[in-house]
Design a binder for this molecule. Structure first.
Ligand code: ADP
Ligand code: ZN
Length: 816
């Protein structure tokens, strides 16, 4: 009898590759174990055993397996079912899925670069071959696999390296991630003994003999008269010109009280020290309805307005799942995965919470993987972004998908181009468990499914603590410009409200959907505007760096003094981004602290965290930012939100632009007035009668839904029709054009009028590649599987045509 295995290799091969194994190996191997296999002339890959069988491949002679790398599976059977589903549904290879699913240290291959792990290890525990590699890394900072091959004088070094990784002696090269530790800030306030008028008078009397201390207390008063913010010790010393010793004396005498605002939010030490909150009646009812719906439905959508306390409802559901000894996956968009939320969950569940984040080092990811695989109590609740659907759960009881409307759940590039929310639902099914989708502004897809009774639907319409929804006012800036009531991009209304808010000691968020200073620079003499040489877009002006930059490929040049076409010196800025708003705010409110949050200011390792912390600690009065601001942040002291310009969102060329604008604006608005005082939102627009703006200002999700669904019916868009987008790319325009025409024609012969295109997208060239899009619309009654089969067939014929072989084809199912 001959024995074979089908192996998944992390490269895009359409079929699995078959290798020969011995009967002893056949006894030992199980699906989900790693093996080292030869591929091509000299490459060795780490593969995952998919299946054991006895049928020799017909097209080629099966090679022998190189080596077995595990003694038990690191990928379980349910994961393999999920991988298979993803590869079929999203039209990608199992290798694509494997690469996305496994942390990189699991898939050592010829190209991997190995470095020493900067952790002290006990060298005496290393075997001889391990020590040789370890020692070599003392002298060289990094080694490639083939270097190590030479050092050891053997061909297959993967087992040695895997052992070294397990012993934490080496690691694979990548950006090193450091944990974020915000500094502790020291604050003071007057001791509560002295809050009554009388005690205060007595105190000042007493202190008349200690003039310096007296001065400190008076300064404290004058500071607190102008601001409601906590008072930093540093500020008090500075303004009262008192020494640290004087302040300390006042603290020792219990006249002042010092305190720290707890800011350490990544690192968790200690136990779960908090009981979950008791729910209010709306939350209780929602919880009951969710549980009832779960009796008959696998998926429930929780539609709860911003700050209605959805998270606390999730916490109750998590508690229930834990009681049954089940694992829980809490899925969030990457950017919403803030330490704010992590800390909140850790307060309730302590060490049971594991975080899976792309910013974590691969070692930390391997650690979470192993905890989940071994069902350790340390990772009973995994809170993570998109890729955490790939963890080796074996006992899932519940998946929560928070902010389910977020488009970033869909992986755009590279393959697998999966939608993590939808994949989560499939994953839950594989585990026979349930999925809860949560949002204040559900995607049309999910709400449609709920309305069709495919999902249960539960709503919370009140904010927690009966805080009112923010008051949303539309400001017609066409009018304001006419009446000369604009200062730069600020209407008089916005300036008024900002002034008032700042005076009251509250904070402000200003939202502008574009970064940079201005997206277009135009010559007033000849009308020329500088373009990216690699992409069909105008370059954005970044004033701070005095540069023109391309937001698609990163190309940048110094801002020219003269027009490159006519030499004119009169260059004008068209449109505006966050940078320009920031500088205008600084000029309008010079006495307040202004900060900016966008891709440019959050690039550094902890840029994002730092800004959030500063806002929480009220070191920032006004924060200007892009949609990064919208993601589920819970700030106590923000009262006013200004949306600088609603129009460019609404006019974005995409059938989802209106839905997204609605979601974005309501989400930003939701950052205002989350505690006691009612928040205020000002939306500046040229078109205050736009239906979406009316719906935003009245918080009418359902009206938005109905109207947008009508359009989706009329124009045959999702969720009414499914769609697959086919993108062709090539350096040569003619090539991509003739390829796209051929492809579209072939599709039309099967699907007729349900094929749109080919069309050039709004940005027709990116990184010197010309793009063409073709859209296939799929009515509900048409088989999705058959449709995909036909597309794959056409794609195969396409790539066998010599002229088209170099055209890259991207298939995107349920494109976003
Ligand atoms: P959402 O996720 O719906 O936007 P959150 O869960 O963040 O809302 O709740 C908003 C605020 O209200 C949070 O600060 C939260 O701590 C508080 N909150 C919500 N529910 C309760 C409760 N049952 N008891 C006490 N505080 C609550
Ligand atoms: Zn470019």
């Amino acid at each position: 009898m001959l024995y074979f295995i089908d192996v998944i290799i992390p490269i895009p091969l359409q079929k699995l590759f078959t290798y020969r194994i011995t009967s002893a190996e056949n006894e030992f191997l199980k699906p989900g174990m790693r093996v080292a296999v030869p591929f091509g002339k000299s490459k060795i890959y780490t593969g995952i055993v998919y299946k054991l069988h006895t049928e020799a491949p017909t097209a080629y002679e099966a090679k022998d397996l190189h080596q077995i790398l595990d003694d038990k599976p690191i990928v379980n059977a349910r994961q393999l079912v999920l991988w298979k589903w993803i590869s079929k549904y999203y039209l990608c290879t199992m290798g694509d899925v494997m690469r996305a699913a496994l942390p990189s240290p699991f898939i050592l291959e010829s190209e991997t670069v190995i470095t020493k792990h900067n952790i002290e290890i006990n060298e005496s525990e290393l075997k001889d071959d391990e020590f040789l590699v370890y020692e070599a890394l003392q002298y060289q900072s990094s080694l490639k696999i083939h270097d190590i091959s030479n050092i050891l004088g053997i061909k297959n070094v993967l087992p040695v390296l895997n052992r070294l990784i397990e012993k934490e002696a080496i690691t694979v090269e990548e950006e090193v991630y450091e944990k974020y530790k915000p500094k502790l800030v020291r604050y003071v306030k007057l001791h509560t003994d002295y809050t009554s008028e009388q005690r205060l008078q007595e105190l000042l009397q007493d202190l008349s003999r200690a003039p310096k201390q007296h001065q400190v207390i008076l300064t404290l008063f004058s500071i607190s008269a102008t601001t409601k913010k906590p008072i930093k010790v540093s500020k008090l010393t500075e303004e009262s010109k008192a020494s640290a010793a004087i302040i300390k004396a006042l603290i020792d005498k219990n006249i002042l009280e010092e305190y720290y605002i707890q800011t350490d939010r990544v690192e968790y030490s200690g136990d779960d020290n908090e009981n979950s909150k008791s729910l209010n009646n709306y939350q209780k009812q929602a919880l009951e309805e969710i549980n009832t719906a779960f009796e008959t439905q696998d998926v429930v959508l929780l539609h709860g307005v911003t700050s209605s306390g959805k998270t606390e409802v999730y916490v109750k559901l998590i508690e229930e799942a834990l009681k049954d000894n089940k694992q829980v996956l809490y899925l969030l968009p990457e950017i919403a995965l803030t330490t704010q939320l992590i800390a909140r969950l850790q307060n309730y569940f302590g060490e049971k919470v594991a975080v899976f984040h792309s910013k974590y080092s691969s070692h930390e990811r391997v650690e979470v993987w192993n905890h989940v695989l071994n069902d350790a109590s340390k990772a009973q609740i995994v809170i993570g972004a998109r890729s955490s659907v790939f963890l080796p759960f074996n006992n899932l009881g519940l998946i929560i998908v928070d902010e389910e409307h977020e488009q970033s759940f869909k992986q755009f590039d590279p393959a697998p181009r999966y939608q993590a929310r939808d994949t989560a639902i499939v994953l839950a099914n594989i585990h026979k468990s349930k999925t809860l989708l949560g949002s204040a502004t559900p995607s049309l897809e999910s709400y449609f499914n709920a309305k069709q009774d495919k999902y249960g639907l539960v709503e919370i319409t009140k904010r927690y603590n009966d805080v009112l929804m923010p008051d949303i006012e539309l400001v017609d800036i066409k009018e304001k410009f006419k009446k000369k009531l604009m200062k730069g991009h600020f209407s008089d209304r916005l300036v008024e409200e900002m002034t008032e808010t700042l005076k009251e000691g509250f904070q402000i968020i200003l939202f502008q959907n574009r970064r940079g200073y201005s997206p277009i620079v135009e010559c007033n003499t000849c009308g020329h505007s500088p373009q990216c040489p690699n992409c069909d877009v105008s370059l954005t002006y970044h004033k701070y760096r005095h540069q023109l930059r391309c937001h698609y490929c990163g190309y940048g040049i110094a801002m020219p003094q003269n027009c490159q076409a006519c030499g004119g010196v009169d260059l004008d800025n068209k449109g505006f981004g966050t940078e320009q708003i920031e500088s205008e705010v600084k000029a309008l409110f010079p006495d307040y602290k202004v900060a900016r949050m966008d891709l440019d200011t959050t690039r550094g390792k902890h840029g994002y965290e730092k800004i959030i912390t500063a806002l929480e600690q009220q070191e920032i009065d006004i924060l200007v930012g892009t949609q990064m601001l919208t993601k589920g942040l819970d700030f106590r002291n923000v009262k006013l939100v200004g949306i600088m310009n609603a129009d460019n969102m609404l006019n974005f060329p995409d059938f989802r632009a209106h839905e997204r604008s609605f979601q974005l604006m309501l989400q930003v608005a939701g950052r205002a007035g989350r505690t006691d005082t009612r928040g205020k939102v000002l939306i500046q627009t040229y078109n205050p009668n736009h239906n979406i703006l009316q719906q935003v200002s009245t918080n009418s999700y359902f009206d938005m839904f109905k109207e947008q669904m009508d359009e989706r019916y009329n124009f045959k868009y999702p969720p009414v029709y499914k769609q697959i987008k086919i993108t062709l790319k090539h350096r040569d325009y003619n090539n991509v054009e003739s390829g796209a025409i051929w492809f579209a024609k072939a599709l039309r012969s099967v699907f007729g009028d349900y094929v749109l295109g080919p069309e050039s997208p709004p940005i027709a060239r990116i990184r010197n590649q010309f793009h063409k899009n073709i859209l296939v619309k799929i009515p509900k009654q048409q088989s999705l599987a058959k449709t995909k089969e036909a597309i794959i067939k056409i794609n195969n014929s396409f790539s066998s045509i010599k002229d088209f072989r170099s055209v890259k084809v991207i298939l995107n199912v349920d494109n976003f």
